[in-house]
Design a protein around this ligand. Sequence first.
Ligand SMILES: NC(=O)c1ccc[n+]([C@@H]2O[C@H](COP(=O)([O-])OP(=O)(O)OC[C@H]3O[C@@H](n4cnc5c(N)ncnc54)[C@H](O)[C@@H]3O)[C@@H](O)[C@H]2O)c1
Length: 355
Amino acid sequence: MNELHIDKCQILFGDKGIASLDEYLEKNAENITKIIILGDTNSFEHALVPLVERLEHLGEYEMIEIDPGEENKNIDTCTQLWETLAEIGADRRSLLINVGGGVVCDMGGYVASCYMRGIRFINIPTTLLSQVDASVGGKTGVDLGQLKNIVGLFTLPEMVVVSSLFLSTLPQREILSGFAEMIKHGLIMSEKHWKELSSQADFSLEKIEKLVYDSVKIKYDVVLQDPHEKGIRKALNFGHTIGHAIEGHLMNTQNAISHGHAVAVGMVSEVWLSTKICGLDEHFATSFKEYIKEMYPLANITEDDLPDVMSLMAHDKKNTERGINFSLLKNIGEVSIDHYIPEETIKEAIRFYIS
Ligand SMILES: NC(=O)c1ccc[n+]([C@@H]2O[C@H](COP(=O)([O-])OP(=O)(O)OC[C@H]3O[C@@H](n4cnc5c(N)ncnc54)[C@H](O)[C@@H]3O)[C@@H](O)[C@H]2O)c1
């Protein structure tokens, strides 16, 4: 598995990646005044020890622990983090190491990039979702109330280390959440990746490292072509237009589902839309629905939920004055961006999942 580069940012994999981080710490020791490790309760419980015991050149470090969960990914937590950084004397030559899922990496990256107009940071993603998705692309930020990721920056870490070492403690719900983003990468860009993923009878951690690399590489290739989402990067939104709305609708209810689970549901509906709009094979829509329904618990969506889901979709960041924007599939592994679809057709697509 080769290392990948976006500008100065290295994306490194497996044990070799952890060894490179250790080398980085050794090489920059003179140049780093303070190392601060940021994590949440779960990532510290499960990932901190395996990481630090492999880093001979880490030396002394401070720890900042936050409560887990999307509800803490907000500007109030950022303010607390900036205050803590100031209290412990972090300066421009300090290094922040984010150890955690997408919440920790997104928020830690944003906090580091604003503190003293930007200090260096490194991401160690510890969930499958953050490894295959949030690890690449330079998006950092926080939520503002119900508005997801509305405050943030494009900014790159020094380094990202992606290792399966941290995945063995992940609950199944979180594994499935990340797996949905991997499926998406296959469907939009690589039939081969899709076939490899869908032929996994059991998603074993032994095989996962190579699959994670392939998935990261797909996102990496897209991001390199279009870092600021003016064109082809929109391909990564496949499954997300309907998925985000369903995720938001169920959020804070007893039927809440993970981000990836919502994307899986969204992909079923958007595969159906792809058959109507882009000529994707209709048999695939049916078999894909069965595949997702077997793997993921049924999302609790009924006809009665459609008005609210549609109203949430109308507020999606990706929309323009032309309407609700979709990335769809022409074929498996071939995406087509910028489709604007009438509301009634979108409802039909959601009904296809429900039925
Ligand atoms: N920047 C990007 O490009 C990008 C892309 C996709 C998603 N995101 C963001 O990522 C976030 C979702 O990421 P996520 O799914 O990783 O969520 P998360 O960070 O909330 O992590 C999910 C859960 O796993 C726990 N956890 C973390 N590491 C663990 C480990 N090793 N063992 C056991 N439990 C562990 C966390 O404490 C949390 O409870 C969202 O905020 C989303 O907006 C960002």
